[in-house]
Design a protein around this ligand. Structure first.
Ligand code: NAP
Ligand code: MG
Length: 502
């Protein structure tokens, strides 16, 4: 509720009034440009429609606090209209051949790549993440999800031999703000490939790229109602997951909201997948290539300002190399360039929102209070916007809040271990279980550790590598179900069994 109260305040803030189209002015030598409409409506039944609520909210650029656009607030009646549009579109969409569905997905993927620069700039503006990342990771990976799932759309029978995979129906998808475009692609592509129709609810603070994706859906000629996008806040998400017309809910976000959704769908026969938080252990052994491990650890925690569910936020370093490794890390952190997210040399952009910044500050203060030592890169942070310097806490104990709670920011908690057994015990001592990382020179040790670590993804001698073909998901409070690969598609079909030959 606090979140909603805050939103109400921000829409009445005089600074957030709109005077016309706001245009991002590129540097003179650059050809970057993106025009952002001052107002965005809902995408329902293939049309842009005004919200029945009559209300709009602002989305801002977290790096400058400048308003970017106002966006329609969908409440119960709007969500109902979107689900009805998806229900209406379902019979014809499921009846199309897989080859036909694949054509739409390939077209969307190609169009996304053709407009990659525009999507990268828009994502950077609405989210605060550096252009280097939106350009090299978010947009290409989002396109990859469409390409990858297009490839399966006409081969589902091969994927599930001896079975008859049937789509589920209307899928309600609720996504967070940390990878807005990528999460939209990640959710929409497999759902459509398998013949489902979709109502997608982006996060309230980062709706613009999902809305622009709807332009591609229109231009690709996707039949009306196959994908509908309802923007809004937690109330919109609640209205969606409670709607009786859904066959499945797919959610990515916090563990707290995930638990609420689990209760909301209980007993309704609705399929559910939850991708929630994490507190990944990142293990560094004394025999590892330490300079490479430093790069991996930096990528593991400072990529996307640490707003990553699978971030390597707990560094477990072998005691014998602790001082050396921490020293290397401290020097490397000093070289991270923090600032203007649109500058292609920037490594770390803005924290996504003020509440997120406050949460990071509160948890770091708690870490220091509990006895950890604070190391922050010395860097000049812009006066406007939401910023936090790359941070490391050493001397952290397993009982500290910064070792147990997800900070979801650029803050690394450092702990030590002596033996592989102790490393596994500490790595698994968490309520989460999404990802983990291992740096060691010994292949046998990697296998031994990977078998024992309770995490959905275990990277070795690398970190934060993603691929549409690779299943992603967690254990325990990190959620259930997998997204990506064969396992991800499995969550979007009902297997009817008994496909008879001839
Ligand atoms: P969040 O508050 O859980 O929000 C996620 C989405 O759910 C947003 O669209 C949100 O709308 C909506 N929502 C809020 N309350 C809802 C309710 N009662 N019913 C239905 N929907 C509701 O999480 P966040 O703050 O956006 O994202 C950060 C969290 O997500 C972190 O904990 C992170 O670990 C987790 N995450 C996990 C993964 C993964 O793959 N496992 C990936 C990314 C993020 P509003 O935007 O209006 O709040
Ligand atoms: Mg924004």
């Amino acid at each position: 509720m606090a979140k909603h109260a805050e939103k109400a305040e921000s829409t009445t803030n005089p600074e957030l009034k709109f005077g016309g189209v706001w245009k991002y002015d590129p540097a003179p030598e650059s050809t970057d440009h993106v025009v952002i409409a001052p107002r965005h409506e809902l995408f329902v039944g293939g049309q842009w429609v005004k919200p029945k609520s009559g209300e709009y909210f602002a989305t801002i650029d977290p790096a400058t606090e400048r308003p970017l656009s106002e966006v329609a607030l969908a409440l119960d009646k709007d969500v109902d209209a979107a689900v009805k549009a998806a229900q209406k579109a379902f019979p014809a969409w499921r009846a199309r051949s897989g080859e036909d569905r694949a054509r739409y997905l390939f077209r969307i993927a190609r169009m996304l790549l053709e407009r990659a620069r525009e999507f990268a700039v828009l994502e950077t503006l609405d989210n605060g993440k550096p252009i280097k990342e939106t350009r090299d990771t978010d947009v290409p990976l989002a396109a990859q999800h469409f390409f990858y799932h297009a490839g399966w759309a006409d081969k589902l029978e091969l994927l599930f031999p001896g079975e008859r995979p049937e789509p589920l129906g209307v899928v309600g998808q609720v996504i967070p703000w940390n990878f807005p475009l990528l999460m939209a692609a990640w959710k929409v592509a497999p759902a459509l490939a398998a013949g489902n129709t979709v109502v997608l609810k982006p996060a309230e603070t980062s709706p613009l790229t999902a809305l622009r994706l709807c332009e591609l859906f229109q231009q690709a000629g996707l039949p009306p109602g196959v994908v509908n996008v309802v923007t809004g806040d937690g109330r919109t998400g609640q209205a969606l997951v409670r709607h009786p017309g859904l066959a499945k809910v797919a959610f990515t976000g916090s563990t707290e909201v995930g638990k609420e959704i689990q209760k909301a769908v209980a007993g309704r026969g609705v399929e559910l997948t939850l991708e929630l938080g994490g507190k990944a252990a990142h293990l560094v052994f004394e025999d590892a290539a330490l300079d490479q491990a430093v790069e991996g650890v930096v990528r593991g925690i400072f990529f996307n300002q640490g707003h990553v569910c699978c971030a390597g936020s707990r560094l477990l370093v072998q005691e014998s190399v602790h001082d050396l490794f921490v020293d290397k890390l401290r020097r490397r952190m000093q070289r991270i360039r923090v600032g203007n997210p649109l500058d292609k040399n920037t490594d770390m952009g803005a924290i996504h929102s003020r509440p997120q910044l406050e949460r990071i500050r509160e948890l770091v203060a708690a870490g220091v209070d509990e006895g950890a030592s604070l190391h922050q890169a010395q860097c000049e942070l812009p006066a406007k916007g939401f910023w936090y310097a790359p941070t490391m806490l050493t001397g952290v104990a397993m009982s500290h809040r910064v070792a147990r709670e997800e900070i979801f920011g650029p803050v690394l908690s450092v702990l030590t271990f002596r033996t592989p057994e102790e490393a596994v015990e500490k790595a698994n001592n968490t309520s989460y279980g999404l990802s983990a990382g291992i740096w060691t020179d010994k292949g046998a040790r990697i296998l031994w550790l990977a078998e024992r670590m309770r995490a959905g993804v275990v990277w070795h001698n690398t970190f934060n590598r993603f691929d549409a073909a690779s299943p992603f998901g967690g254990f325990q409070e990190s959620g259930f179900g997998r997204e990506g690969g064969r396992q991800g598609l499995r969550a979007y079909v009902r297997l009817q069994g008994g496909l008879l030959p001839g």
